[in-house]
Design a protein around this ligand. Structure first.
Ligand code: 13P
Ligand code: SF4
Length: 301
């Protein structure tokens, strides 16, 4: 089957089954091209709850599909590749979080959306990379346990008076972007503006002109008057940025900033997912209700 035939079959099955395809900004180009919506992690889960279709094909990593299932429990959420997990989300378990809370009685717990549903169910409130500072500042109490990303935790700590105690987790993709990568790219593209994700190391953030979530990067790419932008996040996002802004240049801060889990989904797997109704992601109701509370408290802010 050639690519056109695969796309044709996907489109036909989507109509037959009343399905919608959601893809994260880091997905490979051919998957982004068949998606009905492309976006950041929380935005896609919220989209899952808003769309009229009952079947969601979620092209991203596992915690994102879980969040979609939590926010749209009446819908069927399928992941074309069930092994696409987020190593950072798996760096803290619900039982580890329970133990950590016992060690810090009276503290508030903020969980990044990059966590499992079980972990979300144990926290006071969730946050995303774009609202983490506001979420932390909205809380009563001075001591905040922040999980799992120590780099995002350090970023928040710079912008709040609260005492942030970070979990020792990190995203291997962003943590591997080094200050010397940024310096090299600035030498190669003098005048280029540097945009980085807050999952990057503090010393990388120090060298950046702007710090954005993936959703904000896509929006700013449309607005900016700059022609050359050095992008400090997973390189998959550059496909969309170039497609939407053909007159601007986007350069990866690190050429190898590559999330292997995000690349596990391809067109054939999307087709198989629709054909065979695989792989369903459903969060048990007891966990889902508690996790939903933490997400809704964030959305209210
Ligand atoms: P966003 O929420 O900014 O899309 O980030 C998700 C992610 O996995 C970053 O590595
Ligand atoms: Fe997880 Fe990092 Fe991949 Fe995002 S880029 S899904 S945080 S491993």
């Amino acid at each position: 089957m050639n690519k056109e035939e695969v796309v044709f079959k996907i489109e036909r099955l989507k109509k037959e089954k009343n399905a919608v395809i959601l893809a994260h900004n880091y997905q490979i180009g051919e998957v982004q091209d068949v998606a009905d919506y492309i976006g950041d992690s929380l935005g896609l889960s919220q989209k899952a709850a808003q769309v009229k279709e009952e079947l969601i094909i979620f092209c991203g990593v596992h915690f994102m599909a879980e969040t979609a299932s939590i926010l749209a429990p009446e819908k069927t959420v399928l992941m074309p590749e069930i092994k696409a997990g987020c190593p950072m989300a798996n760096m803290i378990t619900a039982s580890e979080l329970r133990e950590w809370k016992k060690d810090h009685p009276g503290s508030k717990v903020v969980c990044y959306v990059n966590t499992t549903a079980e972990v979300k169910a144990e926290c006071d409130i969730c946050c995303t990379s774009s609202n983490a500072v506001n979420v932390v500042n909205s809380l009563d109490g001075d001591t905040i346990l922040f999980a799992p990303d120590k780099n995002l935790g350090a970023y928040v700590a710079r912008h709040t008076k609260k005492n942030i105690i970070p979990w020792d987790g990190y995203c291997y993709v962003h943590n591997n972007i080094l200050a010397r990568d940024i310096k090299e790219k600035k030498n190669l593209y003098p005048g280029g503006e540097v945009w980085v994700h807050p999952e990057c190391r503090p010393e990388v953030i120090d060298l950046a002109d702007r710090v954005f979530s993936t959703g904000k990067m896509v929006k700013e790419a449309r607005k900016t008057k700059k022609r050359d932008i050095i992008i400090g996040t997973e390189t998959g996002i550059i496909y969309r940025m170039k497609k939407e802004n053909p007159n601007k240049n986007f350069y990866p801060a690190r050429d190898m900033a590559f999330c292997s889990n995000m690349k596990k989904i391809n067109l054939i797997k999307v087709l198989k997912s629709l054909e065979n109704m695989i792989y369903e992601v459903r969060v048990p109701q007891k966990i889902s209700q508690k996790a939903r509370g933490a997400i809704e408290r964030m959305v209210e802010i």
